[in-house]
Ligand binder design. Structure first.
Ligand SMILES: [Zn+2]
Length: 312
């Protein structure tokens, strides 16, 4: 009699957990705040999401903390940018977490780059030996709203793999996020349209997807190669090129030393713009759509201020 009752209660509980929201939330760790923001958009209140790197840090070189290992130990799903962006700091942490669920190749490990448009894919020999930190193509691909939508779709598919009964919930949230992103993108494209083809220089190769989408022409970089600090010879060449092509804007990430860009600006009359490439790059940038909102506003104001015109 007692056993029958117990079985009945168990069956009712199982039925309830299958259909409704009786399960615990999935614990998601993203390596960056950009991926974390998109994961929140997709997972809603069915997930808890936490980022490892902060948006004001260089995502290639994040100082590992013991707390990262603790957080990885408890994760159901780890989302990485991939393309070797995190290769300098993440692999030992994942290994030391001893969490079998999130090891590369396990179901709880998601490389968000699949499905995105990846630029700068090297032709022929892989160049890491020369210090290039982009040996598998450009890993800053999240800076294009179209790729943001692709990332959201990848995350939704992965979450649905964990919780098949919640597939419709995740799909609905992706559709909603994509619609909001499309609406905002139209505004951003319109705001940038008058500056199509304006020539700029960037510090690191962080913005190729961004500049391709919004129509700027990057003619040079402060770094000689991705991950290699500025050298006097390269800086002199760049100054000549900026003068020759009358470049008015030098875009840089918040986490590099301003010394060289400022010196270049001083010698060429160009203006340095610090353009956060990530959510959290500034306190006011709290989500993925807000990142573009901030950056497009900043750029448009700056382009107007320096009187940049296409052909410049
Ligand atoms: Zn990079």
């Amino acid at each position: 009699m007692k056993i029958t009752l117990f079985v009945g209660v168990l069956a009712a509980w199982l039925a309830g957990s299958g259909s409704g929201w009786a399960q615990s939330k999935l614990s998601v760790i993203a390596t960056t705040e950009d991926l974390a923001s998109i994961a929140r958009e997709v997972g809603g209140d069915h997930v808890t999401v936490d980022a490892l790197a902060r948006g004001y840090q260089d995502p290639h070189f994040v100082e590992p903390k013991p707390s990262f290992i603790l957080r990885l130990q408890r994760a159901d799903l780890l989302i990485v940018v991939g393309r070797e962006l995190e290769v300098g700091w993440l692999p030992p942490l994942v290994q030391q977490s001893r969490n079998a669920k999130i090891q590369p190749g396990a179901p709880g490990y998601l490389d968000a780059s699949a499905g995105s448009r990846i630029l700068d894919i090297p032709q022929g020999q892989i160049t890491r030996a020369m210090g290039d930190v982009h040996p598998l193509g450009n890993p800053h691909y999240w800076l294009d709203p179209e790729n943001g939508k692709a990332i959201a779709r990848s995350i939704a598919a992965k979450l649905a793999q964990f919780r098949p009964s919640e597939k419709a919930y995740y799909d609905q949230r992706v559709a909603d996020f994509s619609n909001r992103l499309d609406e905002a993108s139209k505004r951003w494209m319109a705001a940038m349209a008058p500056f199509k083809g304006v020539k700029v220089v960037t510090y690191h190769r962080s913005y190729p997807n961004f500049t391709e989408r919004f129509g700027l022409d990057v003619i040079g970089y402060v770094e000689p190669r991705p991950g290699i600090p500025p050298s006097p010879g390269h800086t002199l060449d760049l100054i000549q090129e900026i003068k020759r092509q009358q470049v008015k804007i030098i875009i840089m990430e918040p986490y590099f030393d301003k010394k060289t860009p400022n010196s270049i600006a001083q010698q060429t009359g160009a203006t340095v713009v610090v353009l956060p490439p990530s959510v959290g790059g500034e306190k006011s940038i709290t989500d993925y759509i807000g990142l573009f909102e901030h950056d497009i506003n900043l750029l448009v104001n700056m382009l107007k201020q320096v009187g940049a015109k296409p052909g410049d």
